[in-house]
Design a protein around this ligand. Structure first.
Ligand code: GRF
Length: 206
């Protein structure tokens, strides 16, 4: 399996940082080949630079539409030999030019237990719904928003006094543990997709 990662961000980049740290400590056997942002001010770009990782800012306005932009993303990733794309707070829908360039090899992390609370402000949605448990999900990306086979999930209790901020912080802590672990599982190989399911290999097949 090609262990070169391309990480796509739009903002803070704390999940990016957790992947950088997991690689640096040897917990994750991978190379971060490039970090790409659709926003020049994304704080995650500085985190990548501090770790000596190449960064690229791709301006959506310099492309004629979504397909052209996604083709530019795919080209930038392919040119660096990326094998697995990780969305880490990348605030754009992914379309066919990128999906087709990396079939079943684009991951996303979402701050809820999918399929509950897709889309924006998942933590607020969970609070407003009154669920007692929420969490984080890492899944393969398909053309549907926050859909696609689930690689890993972690549950988090919702406390009576939670605000969107306190719940987000509790979930984020789990995200930082979960994402590197899910990447490790995908890079390990031997898995297959069965309908909606991401099926892990038997121990003897790894
Ligand atoms: C995370 O909550 C992630 O689940 C969601 O966007 C947020 C990104 O945070 N997709 P960060 O930029 O990784 O700090």
């Amino acid at each position: 399996m090609n262990r070169r990662l391309g990480i796509l961000i739009s903002g803070r980049g704390s999940n990016l940082q957790s992947i950088i740290d997991a690689v640096a400590s040897g917990r994750l056997d991978a190379v971060i080949a490039v970090v790409i942002s659709n926003r020049p001010e994304a704080a995650g770009l500085a985190r990548a630079r501090a770790a000596g990782i190449e960064t690229v800012y791709l301006n959506p306005r310099e492309h004629s539409g979504r397909d052209a932009y996604d083709a530019a993303l795919a080209g930038t990733l392919k040119a660096r030999g990326v094998g697995l794309v990780c969305l880490a707070g990348f605030m754009r829908l992914i379309g066919p030019p990128l999906l087709d360039a990396f079939p079943n090899h684009i991951l996303n992390i979402h701050p809820s237990l999918l399929p509950a609370f897709r889309g924006l402000e998942a933590q607020r949605q969970a609070l407003e719904h009154g669920v007692r448990i929420s969490g984080a999900t890492v899944h393969l990306v398909t053309s549907e928003l926050d859909d696609g086979p689930i690689v890993a999930q972690a549950g988090v209790p919702v406390e009576e006094r939670d605000t969107a901020d306190t719940l987000s912080a509790r979930i984020l802590k789990e995200e930082h543990r979960l994402y590197p672990e899910a990447i490790r599982i995908v890079l390990e190989g031997g898995w297959r997709i069965d309908g909606r399911r991401f099926v892990m290999p038997r121990k003897s097949e790894v």
